[in-house]
Each structure stands twice: as structure tokens, then as C-alpha cells.
Design a protein. Structure first.
Length: 384
């Protein structure tokens, strides 16, 4: 079947659900700490430059640039159970579910001209690709460990291409230290423990580059709302505007969040937004300011597993706002968030509760874990 996905809510026909196979660790380095800045700032030791002790230096006396954070096996086992449960639940609801290739245990590292990093599996698919109508666009990653992650989608994307869909790859960044714009991290509350004044030079420096995830985009038919927080995002948005010119309209919002827009709002139906707070409307285009706002309830800490001090938390307590719409009146919600379920049911949504325990450790909810490829909707115009 050909790709056909223009919005976040039309009746869902086909979807790709991510894989957590052989997820073992997080690679702490510059791109990781910049990306997860908002949720790491209370315990983050920034990679460059940083105060280092003798134990932090290698044999040559230079600071280590990577730290591997091992994830406990219990969390990984339960993550795999929940991801497979999501895929099976969607199949039981009549949705065609595709899966990426699994990360093999022998594939431990990715190496480029400028750096090397550990590899993570294709779990949060919403970040690495954007589906706009009959086209899938592979997006330039903001994390080095995800540089080749779209390769795991190759068999699925090839099948859609064979069916007549468009398949595009945005330019890949070199991702040297000087490729990153640290301005958001430097200016936001808390800031790095040690300010990044000057990035380490590299022979392949080309200046600031485009880096941008598909989850920074809210799709509303012919209109795309794109979050911009850094020059890396802005450059990628320039490319997106030129590439989609004449087919879609791109509307920029600035610093709605650090990166992903679906951590602050999701469109559940035409004219209806699920939002973290009413302040979100201040960032939106004028023609969206009269949309109905469904404000998510404040999260309750008892709804989350208790973690130990050495567990790395990657999301805020608002992660359960990251829901997946099956239709304009039907939403998949984490069963551990009964408060949100009640709010949505009071607004006449049918809620499908599904288990997802360790969403704070793996950086995503149901919207993040999936990439909807075929919906019943078309290129409608919802904004003036």
C-alpha cells in the first residue's frame, strides 16, 4: 500500500511500531547531554569542557568524551514486554503493524569521519522519520547514537516505495562538536554545570549543521507546525520549507519545548488539542488560538515506578501526554495514568488503555514509539 498520512488523528490503518531488542545502555556525550538537557540538569556532568579528576582522564591525560550508562536488565525486559504488548494490541484493533529490523547484539558501535558512539535500537521511530502525505522523509538525527537508525526501517520503507510512495533523506550532519548550537541549553533554567564556551575543534568542522527530529512537527493536513529552539533546528526547517514548497505550509513556533513538540501538545481531532498547559496557546499560529484545549492533569508521581539514584531519567513526569490517536474519537493512553483517561473520557473520547511502565527511562510514550504510515484522512486545510 502507498503511504497516506497527513495528520495525527484520522482513522489509523497502518503503523510501524519500534523495537527495543538489545537496548543495553545510554552513551553519555555532548549530543546526548544537549538533547536531554531539560531532564538531566539536576544531575548532569557536562561533557565538554568540564572539570575532571585524574580518574576521568585516559592514559594520554585528555578527558574522556564518552561515558556508558548501563541500563538494568529488569527494566529492559519489561520494556520489551510493553513494546510487544503495544504492537499486539494495535493488531487486535485491526491496525496493520509493521516492525523495523532488530538491532543485533553484535552491532555495538557506529563510527563516522568525526566520532564514534554506541548504537541504540529503533525504538522511538517518531524522531527519525516524518511522513507527509505519500512521502517519508528520513530526518537528520540530534543524537550521535542514532545516526544510522533509519537503516533499521529499510525493508518497510522499501515496500512503501515499491508501492509508489516517495522516499527522501534529509542531509546528514557531520556532527563534530562545533556542529551543535548550545544556545538553548545555555539560556534555559538551570543550565549546564559547566558552561560550554568553546567547542573542541576538529578537522572536519563545517559550522552549525541541520539537526532535527520528526517529533518536532505537528501535522495538520496541509499545515505543519514546527518547533525551533536552536540554529540546528532552524536550518533543518529551511530545508523542509523548500522541499515541501507548494505542497505543505510550514509554520514555525519558537522554543515551545527543547525539541519535540509532542511533549507539550498533540492534536487529537480537528480543532482539539491535548496540551500540557494553557500557556502552549501563546506559541501557536493565530488561527489555532481558538482551538479547544484539553489540559492534561498534573502528573502523580505514584503512577510511575520508583527508581534508584543511578537510574538515568530522560523525560519529565508529563510523558503520558504522549498518546496515540486511532481515530478522531479514540486514543491509546498509558493505563498507569487514570487521571488522563478520566479527562479524555469526560470529553467523549474512547480510551484504549495499554501498559507502558518505563517511559521515563527510554525517552518516549506511545506517540514516540510509533510512526503512522497510513491513515484515512487526506490533505485537508485546517488553518486559515
Amino acid at each position: 500500500m502507498k503511504l497516506n498520512s497527513y495528520d495525527e488523528w484520522s482513522p489509523l490503518k497502518e503503523i510501524i511500531v519500534g523495537s527495543a531488542a538489545n537496548y543495553t545502555s545510554h552513551d553519555r556525550e555532548l549530543s546526548f547531554d544537549l538533547f536531554f538537557h531539560d531532564n538531566l540538569q539536576s544531575k548532569s556532568e557536562w561533557y565538554y569542557p568540564r572539570l575532571t579528576s585524574a580518574s576521568d582522564r585516559n592514559r594520554e591525560g585528555t578527558p574522556r568524551v564518552r561515558t556508558t550508562h548501563k541500563i538494568k536488565d529488569r527494566y529492559l525486559d519489561e520494556l520489551n514486554e510493553d513494546v510487544e504488548g503495544l504492537a499486539e494490541s494495535l493488531r487486535s484493533l485491526g491496525v496493520v503493524v509493521h516492525r523495523p529490523m532488530e538491532l543485533h547484539s553484535s552491532t555495538s558501535e557506529v563510527t563516522t569521519l568525526a566520532w564514534s558512539s554506541a548504537v541504540v535500537p529503533p525504538l522511538n521511530l517518531r524522531d527519525i522519520a516524518l511522513v507527509v502525505g505519500d512521502e517519508v522523509i528520513e530526518t537528520p538525527p540530534m543524537l550521535r547514537s542514532r545516526y544510522f537508525e533509519t537503516q533499521f526501517l529499510k525493508p518497510v520503507l522499501q515496500s512503501y516505495f515499491d508501492g509508489g510512495s516517495r522516499w527522501t533523506v534529509m542531509p546528514r550532519p557531520l556532527m563534530t562538536d562545533r556542529s551543535f548550537d548550545p544556545s538553548y541549553a545555555l539560556s534555559s533554567a538551570g543550565g549546564p554545570m559547566e558552561p560550554i564556551f568553546e567547542a573542541k575543534p576538529h578537522l572536519y568542522d563545517v559550522g552549525l549543521e541541520m539537526m532535527w527530529d520528526g517529533a518536532q512537527c505537528l501535522r495538520l493536513g496541509r499545515d505543519l507546525i514546527v518547533n525551533i529552539s536552536t540554529d540546528n533546528h532552524a536550518t533543518a526547517c529551511d530545508w523542509l520549507e523548500r522541499h515541501l514548497d507548494g505542497r505543505f505550509r510550514v509554520h514555525r513556533v519558537y522554543k515551545l519545548s527543547d525539541s519535540h513538540i509532542d511533549s507539550k501538545l498533540l492534536a487529537l481531532a480537528p480543532g482539539r488539542l491535548l496540551v500540557r498547559s494553557r500557556d502552549v496557546v501563546d506559541y501557536l499560529p493565530a488561527s489555532m488560538k481558538n482551538w479547544e484545549l484539553i489540559v492534561a492533569p498534573d502528573p502523580i508521581e505514584n503512577n510511575f515506578p520508583k527508581y534508584e539514584d543511578d537510574d538515568l531519567i530522560l523525560t519529565s513526569l508529563y510523558i503520558d501526554l504522549n498518546v496515540l490517536s486511532l481515530a478522531p474519537d479514540t486514543v491509546v493512553v498509558n493505563e498507569a495514568c487514570p487521571e488522563l483517561i478520566r479527562v479524555l473520557e469526560a470529553r467523549h473520547f474512547q480510551v484504549v488503555p495499554i501498559r507502558h511502565r518505563h517511559r521515563r527511562l527510554f525517552g518516549g510514550g506511545f506517540h514516540c514509539f510509533t510512526l503512522d504510515t497510513v491513515r484515512a484522512g487526506g490533505p485537508e486545510t485546517y488553518l486559515d
